[in-house]
Design a protein around this ligand. Structure first.
Ligand code: F6P
Length: 367
């Protein structure tokens, strides 16, 4: 079918490459279909408030290299469970999903492109079940989505973390220190694992393998005895010590998002190491630097491919789907098959085998 008017929104935490997708969707919709493209602002919140902006080839012409999202985003605006605080500070939950469907209808859209991670795509699926023709586009630095080889934003985040590792190497070596880099990823260890391998880490700690501190100390000690009195550790924010809780910066019940804020494991680990070994330890928390800034070439190409394929999928009437990289092709998977699922590093991943086979310690007994 020929598309006349399409909508696009970006939801959840931002990442590099969102604007590449917005540009690709806009250009493909205009060039292939002469369609109008309506950008919905601030994720699903724009569907509640009706705040939109028209996107054109001209208005998107310089955004390919730009970080963030020109449409804005939020990880608080789930219309099915919209959370606010009352005067006493208590959290109230509202269902604004009918209002969002109403806005979609009033806008006269043929379809809605939902660009997001697991949470946003799950909301997209709920709207699909409520009758909105949705095509999902997978984004997140965490790379934790099922049924796609990579999400866009991930490779850029890995590159940023790898650059940080390179810098920690030179200063750590000069001062004979243990340098810890804490990276994001929520409950998936992809960023830590790949940036750790790329950045020559001596120890990589990921959520999928609970670490034992004695194994970490042993590796640092062995390096010291072998004439390398410095070590570089990369730790995922979701990593945890065997038998202990994940270190949290804020509990879920205290947050409007309704999910816990991770962070702090780098400092926790530093204290543990300092107690047991006579080396100085320093912690760097990379934080949102992994999310901001210009996408690398991989994410620009991936974002552009996903955006253009999503327009083709909509024109073919393939709704309730997500565009997905299945190297070397982009194909379609059903949103239904993703809902509520998170892809973590599996224990039989070749990356784990690769890391351990070259002597990187993963916090467990060397295999
Ligand atoms: O999901 C992306 C992500 O960057 C996670 O890696 C991290 O835990 C979280 O978002 C941080 O969210 P916020 O921007 O709300 O601090």
């Amino acid at each position: 079918m020929s598309l006349k008017q399409v909508g696009i929104l970006t939801g959840g935490g931002d990442c590099s490459g969102l604007n590449a997708v917005i540009r690709a969707v806009t250009r493909a919709a205009v060039i292939q279909h002469k369609a109008r493209v309506i950008g919905i602002e601030k994720g699903f919140e724009g569907l509640i408030s009706g705040k939109t902006q028209e996107l054109t080839v001209r208005s998107t012409k310089d955004i390919l290299t730009l970080g963030g999202t020109v449409l804005g985003t939020t990880n608080k605006g789930n219309p099915f469970e919209y959370r606010t605080r009352d005067a006493a500070g208590a959290i109230q939950v509202h269902d604004y999903s009918d209002r969002a469907v109403e806005t979609f209808k009033n806008l006269g859209l043929d379809c809605l492109f939902v660009v997001g991670g697991e949470g946003t795509l799950e909301i997209g699926y709920l709207f699909y079940k409520k009758g909105i023709p949705v095509v999902g586009i997978p984004k997140t630095i965490d790379n934790d989505l099922e049924k796609t080889d990579y999400t866009f934003g991930y490779q850029t985040a890995v590159q940023v973390a790898c650059d940080a590792m390179d810098r920690l190497h030179t200063t750590g070596r000069s001062h004979h220190r243990v340098m810890i880099l804490e990276v994001m990823g929520r409950n998936a260890g992809w960023i830590a694992l790949e940036a750790g391998i790329a950045g020559g880490a001596h120890i990589i700690l990921i959520p999928e393998i609970e670490y034992r501190i004695e194994n970490v100390i042993k590796k640092i000690q062995l390096r010291k005895e072998g004439g390398s009195p410095f070590s570089i550790i990369i730790v995922a924010e979701g990593a945890r010590e065997k038998g202990k809780e994940t270190v949290k910066a804020q509990a879920a019940e205290d947050r409007l998002q309704g999910v816990e804020k991770l962070g702090g494991i780098g400092f926790y680990l530093a204290k543990q190491i300092e107690k047991q070994i006579d080396l100085e330890v320093r912690t760097t928390v990379l934080g949102h630097i992994q999310r901001g800034g210009s996408p690398n070439s991989f994410d620009r190409v991936l974002g552009t491919r996903l955006g253009s394929f999503a327009v083709d999928a909509a024109a073919d009437g393939k709704f309730g789907t997500m565009v997905s990289l299945r190297t070397p092709d982009v194909s379609l998977v059903r949103l239904k098959d993703l809902a509520g699922k998170v892809r973590t590093v599996s224990m039989d991943s070749q990356l784990i085998r690769c890391a351990e086979s070259i002597g990187i310690n993963l916090g467990r007994e060397a295999m």
